[in-house]
Design a protein around this ligand. Structure first.
Ligand code: LHQ
Length: 264
């Protein structure tokens, strides 16, 4: 395992595991952790050996959003430009997660607050420990839900639940988040990592090209008409149909054996 101090990164069997690693601060983001996480996800883009990503947190929390100690207003000085912070640090990472044509599994091992919750919601399949909770903490400090929060909450939950969560900062327990369709599932705490690792391994052994195209199509569907989406499906299926993994998948079916996908 290679370790940058704030994000642990380990590649095994096609799964790149990225572990947010400032446990004493509930893995809240300082600049170093921002850059380390971005570097990890960029590696997933660039390295063909990476076929799935597993994102989790060290210690008892997943991520408490921005490190609020970083900009202590009691120290005085001009008001910070938080728009610049978003543009420089959060938004590039969110865009990298969404544009990565490989599955990103998120294992929410504990509290996910502020941008920490919304980064989880940007991942493709989110599992959470039953003891975890999601908090749109922004309302408590005079901010708006960033890191894609207003987009994903409104889109996934609809306005009534999105507004109530964002305006009250009421913690949402993992099981309720799963009931509401905000995450894939809530599992017993000690089952979280084994289950998330098995899922990531399954995805990493899958037909990566087809899975990546599937991710893109589903993400793009919301901004397209059915006609446009049918065209996009045609084009992507054309591409998938030319892949080695399609040939292997069909051959394996006909030979009644498990497929051995190469990711190509
Ligand atoms: C923390 C933090 C934290 C520093 C726990 N920072 N130390 C913001 C601004 C700029 C640009 C754009 O974007 C954003 C995005 C955002 O994410 S804004 C939202 C920021 N996050 C929050 O407001 C959440 C603040 N944290 C909490 O409300 C609580 O810590 C939660 C509910 C997450 C967990 O509560 P507890 O389980 O009771 O833990 P705790 O509060 O005792 O925290 C444990 C330690 O972690 C503690 O340090 P200490 O030295 O006292 O043991 C906290 O100070 C530290 N910590 N979150 N965001």
């Amino acid at each position: 395992m290679t370790a940058s101090p704030t994000v642990l990164s380990a590649l095994a069997d096609g799964v790149l595991t990225l572990t947010l690693n400032r446990p004493e601060k509930l893995n809240s983001f300082n600049e170093e952790m921002h850059l380390a996480l971005r570097e990890g996800i960029q590696r997933a883009h660039d390295d063909p050996a990476v076929r799935a990503v597993l994102l989790t947190g060290a210690g008892r929390g997943f991520c408490a959003g921005q490190d609020l100690g970083d900009r202590d207003p009691r120290k005085g000085g001009p008001a910070p430009d938080l728009g610049h912070t978003l543009e420089t640090f959060y938004n590039p990472t969110l865009r990298l997660i969404r544009s990565l044509e490989k599955p990103v599994v998120c294992a929410v091992n504990g509290v996910a607050a502020g941008a920490g919750a919304n980064i989880a919601f940007a991942c493709d399949i989110v599992l959470a420990a039953k003891s975890a909770k999601f908090i749109q903490a922004f309302a408590k400090i005079g901010l708006i839900p960033d890191a894609g929060g207003t987009w994903s909450l409104a889109r996934i939950l609809g306005e009534p639940r999105a507004k109530a969560l964002a305006l009250t900062a009421e913690p949402l327990p993992a099981e309720k988040a799963a009931d509401w369709g905000l995450i894939w599932k809530a599992v017993e705490d000690d089952a979280l990592m084994p289950e998330a690792q098995a899922l990531a391994a399954q995805l990493a052994a899958g037909p990566t090209l087809g899975l990546g195209l599937t991710k893109r199509l589903i993400q793009d569907a919301a901004t397209r008409t059915l006609d446009q989406q049918l065209d996009a499906e045609r084009d992507c299926q054309q591409q998938a149909g030319r892949s080695a993994d399609y040939a292997e998948g069909v051959t394996a079916f006909l030979e009644k054996r498990p497929a051995r996908f190469s990711g190509k």
